[in-house]
Design a protein around this ligand. Structure first.
Ligand code: PLP
Length: 480
């Protein structure tokens, strides 16, 4: 690493990225390339001799950017957002600059200690119970994704039980969640060796806005206990991926407690909103949870990846995930004086991810972050009102945060045709490249998801998106 070469090239790269953001609205939001497009554009093998940065930048402009879907575009309304910001970017840059690998405290004490402090800060902003703070038995850790977060707590919960009942009990362990829970839970069960038939994804419907019914949970647990199975893990969601359903944490937590079940709360997307006092009630009941996760990289201005996980009992994680090879031994770890985050996660190596979250919190401050969330929710409300005003459309589930689930009503209410119609509408709208939305299916109905949350989105983008959707719907209704 030559410092002067870095200075010169990094300036050029920052200019390139700044220009990208300046012109981001000129790109089709959803990449329009065909599968395999890049192989025809790039050579078969790596170059023998060095090339100039400018040559590479030219290729990025001409060959890579066409194959990029622009998640930071103000017209990106698909999935859930994945935020970037100046502070997040600078933190990411610094992390790349220092390029440490902070698996144990000794490998960069600041990385571990800053992570503990920043996770405590955020736990306080979210008003999480004190048991999640690092001062006691609990604490927070940054994982790469929510999928890793749910996997590690599932493993911890599994091993807690197996220590009591013996490894033969694995076949009997049962996991509970609603059928709206992110597929990350199913993957965690697969990896964790949970018998495929013992992952209970309980049915939900529109009568509870697709939230998990405590009665259904109680029934399932009673049935499983009666046949000798062992209920051990409950995953509730605040802000489900399809429709932002909120599971009733208070009641679910009591059921979990009464049955000795590990209670995990996944607030990957909606957790960010809970820094605003008016939305905090959606996680009421988190007090009864054993673990809680929220993705700062979704809707908290922190560049991917930064998934926050808190646990009340760090030892449960450590007992499942720690290893202690000779080549990593050091005085601080041996004396149990420090946190070694390698024992809280799957990989050994870990990046200095707390820097970007720390920078976001410091450079924006709570008040600005709250305004940011409120503005997106206001824009989503505007979109919801626009949909509601047009009798050709319906809002399918009540909007809670910044996602609107809606559909074009089929003429004469022909249910079958409704799905085709909405699939066609989505394809046509997305193929314009002007906006990008995604879909889900609820109660057999194909539904369009309009998720507001890109940092650059303003009211004009929402209005223009709605005009485009209306514009593309009209001819479809004529031919259907
Ligand atoms: N949980 C919820 C509620 C989500 O919405 C998502 C992704 O959108 C996930 C988990 C998975 O997130 P990740 O990609 O961080 O694993």
């Amino acid at each position: 690493m030559d410092a002067e070469q870095l200075r010169e090239n990094a300036h050029k790269m920052v200019d390139f990225i700044a220009d990208y953001y300046k012109t981001i609205e000129s790109f089709p939001v959803l990449s329009q390339v065909e599968p395999g497009y890049l192989r025809n554009l790039l050579p078969d093998s790596a170059p023998n001799r060095p090339e100039s940065l400018q040559t590479v930048l030219n290729d990025i402009q001409a060959k890579i950017l066409p194959g990029v879907t622009h998640w930071q575009s103000p017209n990106f309304f698909a999935y859930y957002p994945s935020n970037s910001s100046v502070a997040g970017f600078l933190g990411e840059m610094l992390s790349a600059g220092l390029s440490i690998v902070g698996f144990s405290w000794i490998t960069s004490p600041a990385a571990t200690e800053l992570e503990m402090i920043v996770l405590d800060w955020l736990a306080k902003l979210l008003k999480l119970p004190d048991e999640f703070l690092s001062s006691g038995q609990g604490g927070g850790v940054i994982q790469g994704t929510a999928s890793e977060a749910v996997l590690v707590v599932l493993l911890a919960a599994r091993d807690n039980v197996l220590r009591k009942v013996g490894n033969n009990g694995l076949e009997k362990l049962v996991v509970y969640a609603s059928n709206q829970t992110h597929s990350a839970l199913q993957k965690a069960c697969q990896i964790g060796g949970i018998h495929p038939e013992n992952c209970r994804l309980l049915k939900t419907d529109s009568s509870t806005n697709y939230s998990l019914s405590p009665d259904a949970l109680n029934d399932a647990i009673s049935h499983d206990l009666a046949v000798g199975l062992i209920p051990f893990f409950l995953c509730a969601t605040v802000g489900t991926t399809s429709s932002t359903a909120v599971d009733p944490l208070l009641v679910l937590g009591e059921i979990a407690k009464n049955n000795g079940i590990w209670f995990h709360v996944d607030a990957a997307y909606a957790g960010s909103a809970c820094i605003c006092p008016e939305y905090r009630h959606y996680i009421n009941g988190v007090e009864g949870a054993d673990s809680f996760n929220m993705n700062a990289h979704k809707w908290f201005l922190t560049n991917f990846d930064c998934s926050l996980l808190w646990v009340k009992d760090k030892n449960a994680l450590i007992q499942s995930l720690s290893t202690n090879p000779e080549f990593l031994k050091n005085k601080a770890s041996q004396a149990n004086m420090v946190v070694d985050y390698k024992d809280w996660q799957i990989p050994l190596g870990r990046r200095f991810r707390s820097l970007k979250l720390w920078m976001v919190l410091r450079l924006y401050g709570l008040e600005n972050l709250q305004c940011y969330i409120r503005n997106h929710i206001k824009l989503a409300k505007l979109f919801e009102e626009l949909v509601a005003e047009d009798p050709r459309f319906e809002v399918v589930t009540p909007r809670i945060f910044s996602l609107v689930c809606f559909r074009l009503l089929p003429p004469n209410n022909k249910g079958e045709k409704g799905n085709e119609l909405n699939r066609d509408l989505l394809d046509i709208v997305n193929s314009t490249g002007k906006i990008f939305m995604s879909h889900t299916v609820l109660s057999g109905k194909y539904i369009l998801r309009f998720a507001v949350g890109a940092p650059l989105t303003e009211e004009r983008h929402v209005n223009e998106a709605w005009e485009l959707i209306q514009d593309k719907a009209s001819p479809l209704l004529k031919i259907s």
